[in-house]
Ligand binder design. Structure first.
Ligand code: HEC
Length: 101
């Protein structure tokens, strides 16, 4: 029983961050322009993850772009600055985006 319980806790521990950061992304308005699996105004997060796979600097680079906005990587549209996002949250979001598939 104890063993089962700790397995359940482990399972939750692994699954929870994905949901937590989708909730964060939703609360920061990211999901009005993005989806995990398809292009909306901005690129699908799974495409972003594939593009920067194995790129060690990607979390910091994307976190900065999430806050400041920018253009020219995915098409003609620019991402406006998301100044409501703290640096810590931007890093969390960037790390979460990079795990999308
Ligand atoms: C008003 C629409 C809009 C909102 C809101 C928005 N984005 Fe974007 N996002 C875009 C567009 C458009 C691009 C493509 C920019 C480009 O081509 O360089 C983009 C690009 C990105 C990229 C890839 C950047 C790159 O250089 O490859 C990431 C990561 C990203 N957005 C994350 C987020 C997160 C996290 C949020 C919420 C804090 C967010 N976006 C909110 C429109 C938006």
């Amino acid at each position: 029983m104890k063993r089962l319980l700790s397995l359940a806790v482990l399972g939750l521990g692994l699954a929870a961050p994905a949901f937590a950061d989708l909730a964060l992304a939703t609360s920061k308005n990211c999901m009005s322009c993005h989806a995990v699996d398809r292009k909306v105004l901005g690129p699908a997060f799974k495409d972003v993850a594939a593009k920067y796979k194995g790129n060690a600097g990607a979390v910091d680079m994307l976190a900065a772009k999430i806050i400041k906005g920018g253009s020219g990587v995915w098409g003609p549209l620019a991402m406006p600055a998301n100044t409501q996002v703290s640096e810590a949250d931007a890093k969390k979001l960037a790390a979460w985006v990079l795990l999308a598939r």
